[in-house]
Ligand binder design. Structure first.
Ligand SMILES: [Fe+2]
Length: 599
């Protein structure tokens, strides 16, 4: 059975599941080049079909994630197009007057704001939605939205409407969490926690093997929304830069964060396993802005992260006590908080915690496709997430000619061995590696990566000066062999973390050896643990680096210019190399050399 998974709201993307196996997945931003692109994922659908050599007529089911969320975001893409100032303006001019006059804020309000801001949007595939939704038919908006979505899918893929199945947002998160789990647990508690889903911001479910039973849902959980608005208050983009607030938190201290911590605790209380809205404030943004006026930025980040960790721990422990299960799966936007996951992992009362890679809305289509496979494909077992090398490869067609034309000022070498590449890295050179299938999700795991020697603290400055201009407080991450991770990390629960989703502390003797890939403030690291079978060539490079340095570890950051989506094809890779000052670019079997010595 062939299932096409689609997410057409925020972080839009598509995937293909064939006979229970996830065979392709790609985010629209990689193809459209608009970071955090939203809406109907036209390009990604075409691309996953092309990758798998499947015609649209062969699709058995189109699994669509979500049916009561994302209205108008698909058209106006605020997550991708809004600046910080636009978000502030939206709050000031449009939301505040409604909120403070006790009027209900509807999705149509956002629509009217965006319509005013982007009056010229005409060619959107969902444009019918604009003409059909008015203030008078508020109650019908989502029905209209879903009619338009179905019509577009039928027309685009030339398939019957019967093949389209829509799944609830939260349920997609739950199944993604369950089937992406690497160390399978027979029975577990699945918790979703996020800003907003179709009908709730938090759910509790019990999983028995592959079956999930939801037992609680609430729209009262405020933590995702609080994180979102604090991101904005700290001058960063909500819905995108929450991880930067998390990265800032370890620099703060209780001394500067006490007041913030107290404020965040006023939104919710946990009673047993229930999350209750204390309803002290009319809204999150203004109450937080007023309460924390004059508070230091790092203290706010510390207060928020500390609150998030304490909140999660209390909720998780109460769930464990009530349901007598100690294995936890977290999904939804808040599950992307790797520091909080670490905090839970470190607690002896919790046996295991799993959060899949891209556990926010960026993976909903996979959850939808697995859910459809479970319901309709009775013949095949769902294989789950074997790896995330699910995207395109760099085509060899005309590659030599393109490289020779565009890179004529540089030395070009064919088939350089990993022994040599490892040597260059150990000499401090910064190398982009573009080879094999592109990774799905926000993390580059070796195939669209910039690599450097993690032993050298100055690698960080060199990468920043050459290409990244990364925020000064954000650490870089390492790739390490799975065997190496066992020696280097403190990992009493023997967690296998192949997707950079868990932070760890290092064993003492390694802390000073890897300054390029640890958080300067809390000394933690967020590694990709790599098994040979998942990426043999990249694994071999790590082993070659180990032969020279004794460390099977490389600094690994995504290959893109600051603010761009990660490179997808050869032209983008070459252009990024040309615009930056990287020392070397590896493109399939070609190596393009700008210099072989550090400046
Ligand atoms: Fe979500």
């Amino acid at each position: 059975m062939i299932i096409l998974g689609i997410c057409d709201s925020v972080e839009s993307h598509a995937c293909l599941v064939r006979d229970g196996k996830l065979i392709a997945a790609i985010s629209e931003e990689r193809l459209s080049r608009l970071k955090a692109d939203a809406g109907y994922p036209e390009k990604s659908i075409k691309k996953v079909l092309e990758i798998a050599k499947i015609k649209s007529s062969e699709i058995d089911i189109v699994a669509v994630a979500g049916y009561d969320n994302g209205l108008f975001q698909s058209i106006y893409k605020p997550g991708a197009l809004f600046s910080v100032q636009d978000w502030i303006e939206q709050n000031e001019k449009y939301r505040k007057p409604k909120l403070y006059s006790n009027k209900k804020l509807e999705e149509i309000d956002d629509f009217l704001i965006w319509k005013k801001k982007y009056p010229k949007i005409k060619n959107n595939i969902y444009k019918e939605l604009i003409s059909r939704t008015t203030k008078k038919n508020v109650k019908d908006h989502f029905r209209i939205f879903n009619e338009v979505r179905k019509k577009v899918i039928c027309n685009q893929l030339n398939i019957s409407e019967k093949k389209i199945k829509m799944f609830r947002h939260e349920t997609c998160h739950q199944y993604y969490g369950l089937f992406s789990q690497q160390q399978k647990t027979k029975k577990s508690i699945i918790l979703t926690l996020e800003g907003a889903g179709d009908d709730s911001s938090a759910t509790i479910s019990l999983a028995n093997k592959n079956n999930i039973k939801e037992i609680y849902r609430t729209n009262d959980a405020m933590i995702g929304r609080v994180y979102r608005y604090v991101t904005l208050l700290l001058g960063m983009k909500p819905g995108q830069h929450e991880f930067k607030v998390m990265g800032l938190a370890p620099y703060g201290q209780a001394y500067h964060g006490k007041k913030s911590l107290e404020h965040f605790g006023k939104f919710n209380k946990i009673v047993g396993t229930k999350i209750i809205n204390k309803k002290i404030f009319k809204d999150v943004y203004y109450s937080t802005r007023d309460a924390l006026h004059g508070e230091r930025f790092d203290g706010i980040a510390w207060g928020l992260q500390t609150y998030t960790e304490n909140f999660l721990k209390k909720w998780v422990l109460n769930c464990i006590n009530k349901h007598k299960l100690k294995d936890i799966i977290l999904s939804g936007g808040v599950a992307q908080n790797i520091k909080a996951i670490k905090f839970l992992q470190d607690d002896k009362r919790i046996k295991s915690v799993w959060a899949g890679p891209i556990s926010g809305d960026g993976s909903l289509s996979i959850g939808a496709a697995w859910l459809a496979a479970k319901q309709f494909d009775k013949k095949n077992k769902i294989e789950g997430l074997n790896n995330i090398y699910l995207g395109t490869t760099i085509s060899d067609n005309n590659l030599k000619k393109t490289i020779k034309t565009k890179c004529k000022n540089f030395k070009i070498v064919y088939k350089v061995k990993n022994t040599q590449i490892a040597k260059w890295l150990s000499l401090g050179l910064i190398i982009a590696r573009c080879k094999g299938r592109m990774e799905f999700g926000q993390r580059a795991l070796g195939n669209r990566s910039i690599l450097a020697d993690p032993r050298i603290a100055s690698s960080v400055e060199r990468i920043n000066s050459k290409i990244k201009y990364r925020d000064f407080w954000m650490p870089f991450t390492p790739s390490m062999t799975y065997e190496g991770a066992k020696k280097i990390l403190i990992n009493p629960k023997n967690i296998y973390s192949p997707f950079m989703t868990v932070a760890f502390n290092l064993r003492e003797k390694y802390v000073n050896k890897l300054p390029g890939v640890i958080h300067p403030a809390d000394k933690s690291t967020r590694p990709q643990m790599l098994k040979k079978e998942d990426n043999p060539n990249y694994y071999n490079l790590l082993k070659e680096f180990e032969k020279i340095t004794g460390l099977p570890v490389l600094l690994n950051t995504s290959f893109n210019l600051h603010g761009d989506a990660i490179v997808e094809n050869a032209n983008q890779a070459i252009n990024t190399f040309l615009k930056s000052d990287l020392d070397i670019l590896i493109l399939n079997d070609y190596t393009i050399i700008r210099r072989l010595k550090q400046d």
